[in-house]
Design a protein around this ligand. Structure first.
Ligand SMILES: C[S@@+](CC[C@H](N)C(=O)[O-])C[C@H]1O[C@@H](n2cnc3c(N)ncnc32)[C@H](O)[C@@H]1O
Length: 197
């Protein structure tokens, strides 16, 4: 299967994944104080609703995406946000910022990647999440057992993602998700991982 041309999809306005808002699970994490202050990364952030949800004066929120069109869409949707919010057009796999992150939020990014890129996803996360920092994965589309063989989005489940998150991370929390976007009910699980020292 040919790799997805994300930039072409953005140029053509073919963005069926765009739900127009952050998932309720992210709002819940923010509300219960599970997102620290400090540096936050959202890879494959698209229109950046999650950047807006995470923006706060004591945070430096960084979104990255391959597409300049996605970046433009972000600035149209979110002209003003609190704190420092930076949107970089960059490839996650070669992204090497000067400093690491205290919290990384992955929603609809892991499932968008070609399955052959999953080991590299883990290696990049190891590099990008600070020791003691948290990798938060909202797994979508959740299937257990996995029956679908096509993507993106590639079906995911907890044991499958566990097999890619190496011993550098400890599993902190795994939770079913009750509220989500219409049409995604029952298809999300939240898993939080802490990076070891
Ligand atoms: C399925 S979309 C999800 C976008 C956003 N998270 C949302 O929920 O609306 C996946 C996004 O990842 C971006 N992307 C894919 N591969 C990437 C890579 N290697 N580095 C950075 N962004 C990437 C695509 O351009 C696209 O915007």
């Amino acid at each position: 299967m040919a790799p997805v041309d994300w930039q072409q999809n953005w140029r053509a306005g073919a963005t069926p994944w765009d739900a127009g808002a952050s998932p309720p699970a992210l709002r819940s994490l923010v509300d219960r104080g599970a997102v620290p202050s400090g540096r936050i990364l959202v890879p494959g952030c698209g229109t950046g609703y999650d950047l807006a949800t995470l923006a706060r004066t004591d945070r430096e929120v960084v979104g990255i995406d391959l597409s300049e069109d996605a970046r433009k869409a972000f600035f149209v949707a979110h002209p003003e946000l609190p704190g420092s919010v930076v949107y970089e057009v960059a490839d996650f796999f070669s992204y090497t910022p000067a400093d690491g992150f205290d919290f990384v939020w992955d929603y609809t990014f892991f499932c968008a990647l070609d399955p052959g890129q999953r080991t590299s996803w883990n290696e990049a996360m190891r590099r990008l999440v600070n020791p003691g920092g948290v990798l938060a994965t909202l797994l979508f589309p959740f299937e257990d057992p996995i029956s679908g063989t096509q993507g993106p989005p590639w079906p995911v489940n907890t044991s499958m993602v566990r097999s890619y998150v190496d011993g550098g991370f400890e599993e902190l929390e795994t939770a079913e998700v009750n509220r989500t976007h219409p049409g995604r009910e029952g298809k999300e699980r939240l898993v939080l991982w802490r990076r070891g020292a």
